[in-house]
Design a protein around this ligand. Structure first.
Ligand code: C2E
Ligand code: MG
Ligand code: MG
Ligand code: MG
Length: 290
């Protein structure tokens, strides 16, 4: 193990580790410049209403086009950006770009749709979010009811009263709040009840576990999903399922009263341009039982 090897010195500086720390260092310096070098893009994934089959919203997801390494997924660089202290700057860019794009769709005369933006816990705690959001909305002339913020449970676990107050400020402005990857964190139900939020997004790992390999319902997996949907509804929140890949999953979720789905079954994340063809039509594939 690295720790044991490290204690007797020399192996710490093995060529392999040197290469890896070099890679990390060069990725850090590239990330530091990515914003001014215009290397970030947003892609958009639709959320669909399970009753009407219509687009109910979109989620903005960041992409980094690294000049040498190509496309780097957010799961790799967002944690790095958090460690480097640049996440709030990147997060503010995402917010503005998403608002600008949503305003553009409105200006094209497309049916109004709400845009969801992921906000990292670190960004939430180290910046004045209502102020940042307010400026982004004003500068892009986007009405607040078209913006939603996706926060993870980790946001709800620290400084509960302060967080609740910030969320109240945002909702007073007209901005919606949803809890992302719900069920994977450790938020307590008593905190959840106190939080002014609008929706729970059931984490995709739970959606994956509704059915087992043979395609039959996995009792435990299915009951966890049903329980989260019921919890959301009992708290007067919407239930949204992420990572929906099959018709069977969509049918199960509809039968359990889930409100909206998001996932490869409907669409992968696409460019703002490509999203235009998804407005104003039934997006649930033929075969889902309506
Ligand atoms: P998330 O917010 O939970 O986003 C959903 C992720 O699931 C996206 O991955 C999306 O492409 C993927 N996904 C959607 N449908 C399916 C499906 O049917 N099957 C599977 N297997 N995956 C599906 P992505 O874009 O790689 O983003 C990963 C995570 O990175 C996001 O999870 C979010 O936590 C973070 N992230 C992405 N964009 C941003 C951003 O602008 N700011 C911050 N702070 N975090 C971001
Ligand atoms: Mg999200
Ligand atoms: Mg999620
Ligand atoms: Mg997730």
């Amino acid at each position: 193990r690295a720790k044991d090897i490290g204690r007797n010195g020399f192996q710490l500086y093995s060529p392999a580790m040197n290469a890896r720390s070099f890679e990390r260092l060069s990725m850090e310096s590239a990330l530091r410049h990515a914003l001014v070098r215009n290397q970030f893009r947003l892609v958009y994934q639709v959320k669909v209403d399970l009753i009407s089959g219509r687009m109910s919203g979109v989620e903005a997801l960041i992409r980094w086009h690294h000049p040498e390494s190509g496309l780097i997924p957010p799961t790799e660089f967002i944690p790095l950006a958090e460690n480097m202290g640049v996440i709030s700057e990147i997060g503010e860019w995402v917010l503005r770009e998403a608002c600008r794009q949503c305003r553009h769709w409105l200006d094209l005369g497309l049916p109004p749709v709400r845009i969801a933006v992921n906000v990292s816990a670190l960004q939430f705690h180290e910046t004045d979010i209502p102020d940042v959001v307010g400026r982004a909305l004003r500068d892009t002339a986007l009405p607040p009811q078209f913006l939603e913020l996706e926060l993870t449970e980790s946001v709800l676990m620290q400084r509960v009263d302060e967080v609740a107050e910030v969320l109240r400020d945002l909702r007073t402005m007209g901005v919606r709040i949803s809890i992302d990857d719900f069920g994977t964190g450790y938020s307590s139900l008593s905190y959840l009840k106190k939080m002014p939020i609008d929706a729970l997004k059931v984490d995709r790992s739970f959606i994956h576990d509704i059915f087992n390999e043979t395609g039959s319902v996995a009792d435990e997996g299915a009951s966890i999903v049903s329980t989260i949907i019921n919890l959301a509804h009992n708290l007067k929140l919407k239930a949204i399922a992420e990572g929906v890949e099959t018709i069977a999953q969509a049918d199960f979720l509809r039968a359990r009263g889930c409100d909206e789905v998001q996932g490869f079954l409907v669409s992968r994340p696409v460019s703002g341009e490509d999203l235009i063809s998804l407005f104003d039509r039934n997006l649930l594939p033929a075969g889902t039982e309506m």
